[in-house]
Design a binder for this molecule. Structure first.
Ligand SMILES: [Ca+2]
Ligand SMILES: [Ca+2]
Length: 389
């Protein structure tokens, strides 16, 4: 059963902050809506995941229910692995006491463990031991994970959390829960045993679509990624062996790294400290020729040709040249964006034509800029979710 309730819910929205750099440069930003389903409350029940996650799953469950165990053992781990950091999971009790004589006490016991701050460990033990949930066993499990057993036994024997469990159950009835397990995923109700793919399609409907970046053959691309962005991780996303070089510009620390396939170290460029890498975007209709000064002020120039509409990565030995001065050597108006990575100070500058400041990228925190070279003979694609850093 899959129904979408017509609620005036504020959906998580995707705000695209178009950095005024280039079409290839865009960053995503999630407006993290807290749980906003006015009809179904997470109450005071145990949860994991960010409290402001764009998706909240509230499960109503019963420790003696075989389908609940199956969800816990098979489906939930997939949800956790796929949506870590983007999903909050809340566990509420819905013991079907007419058919499951131990379910009420098991639920109370889990709340007694929660009173000692150990809900999830205890919860795991209950699923492992689903066939043995009578009161003596519930007490034994508390001892197994080192809870204060006197306090725990007293909690269970006096029915300290009976009302809490009954409130979950009566709330469930009022929300229309008809059995276990039963789920509310933001404003979508999902009842009964369901495959992971059904959870996936509901969860995905609340998340921004994956973004795909394509690097043409032999080209550089400049983009941002707000997830776990080690150069190696991102390079691997583009397919085995495609990306040969990756720069990572960390906006937060204003530092950069250079990763080169086949080299063990993640170079911070001290090995080429006399050279200062430049990355230029030529937005004109013709190739741009950059005439950089020779090292040590020698005669002549070093010419680099940047294709029309493309990025190019090259170096300058002119330690005094700013990003803008480097761009000017490439002809009037050709270069729209120039990064200059100062190997000596391990800092970088970003110059954007028409902007008065040489941005140090504090304006695009907390996004990490990446520059990747596709050295393969085919276009390289990477699809990645837009995640808040
Ligand atoms: Ca509750
Ligand atoms: Ca509860």
């Amino acid at each position: 059963m899959l129904t979408r309730r017509p609620l005036s819910l504020l959906f998580p929205t995707l705000l695209l902050l178009a950095a005024a750099v280039a079409a290839a440069w865009s960053v995503g930003h999630l407006d993290n809506a807290a749980w906003a389903n006015p009809q179904v409350s997470p109450d005071d029940d145990p949860s994991w995941g960010p409290i402001d996650a764009p998706v909240t799953i509230i499960e109503f469950s019963d420790y003696q229910c075989p389908y609940c165990k199956r969800f816990h053992d098979e489906t939930l781990p997939q949800i956790q692995a796929t949506y870590e950091g983007r999903v909050r999971f809340v566990y509420r009790d819905f013991p079907l006491t007419a058919i499951h004589p131990d379910a009420q006490k098991a639920a109370e016991a889990s709340e007694c463990a929660d009173d000692q701050g150990r809900f999830w460990e205890y919860h795991e033990l209950l699923w492992v031991n689903q066939q043995e949930l009578d009161v003596p066993n519930l007490k034994a499990y508390a001892g197994e994970i080192g809870l204060d057993t006197v306090t725990f036994d007293n909690c269970l024997d006096t029915g300290k959390n009976a009302q809490e469990v009954e409130k979950d159950y009566s709330d469930g009835i009022s929300y229309g829960v008809q059995g276990t397990p039963w789920f509310f995923i933001n404003d979508v109700e999902l009842g009964g045993a369901q495959p992971f793919s059904n959870f996936q399609s509901v969860i995905d409907s609340f998340l921004p679509a994956a973004r795909t970046v394509t690097i043409p053959v032999g080209s550089w691309a400049n983009f941002a990624w707000t997830g776990d962005s080690t150069p190696q991780t991102v390079a691997d996303c583009f397919g085995a062996g495609n990306v040969a070089v990756m720069y990572r510009l960390d906006a937060a620390t204003q530092t950069f790294q250079r990763w080169i396939r086949g080299r063990d170290d993640l170079s911070n460029m001290t090995d080429v400290f006399s050279y200062h890498p430049l990355l230029a975007l030529n937005t004109s209709a013709q190739p741009a020729t950059c005439n950089m000064p020779m090292p040590q002020g020698g005669p002549g120039v070093i010419s680099t040709i940047i294709p029309a509409g493309g990025w190019f990565n090259f170096t300058t030995s002119d330690v005094n040249a700013s990003a803008e001065e480097a761009a000017e050597t490439c002809g009037d108006g050709n270069i729209a964006v120039m990064y200059r990575l100062d190997a000596t100070t391990q800092t970088f500058q970003r110059w954007v034509r028409g902007r008065p400041d040489v941005s140090n990228m504090t304006d695009v925190q907390p996004f990490d800029a990446l520059l990747a070279l596709n050295a393969s003979d085919q276009p390289a694609n990477c699809s990645f979710p837009i995640i808040l850093g």
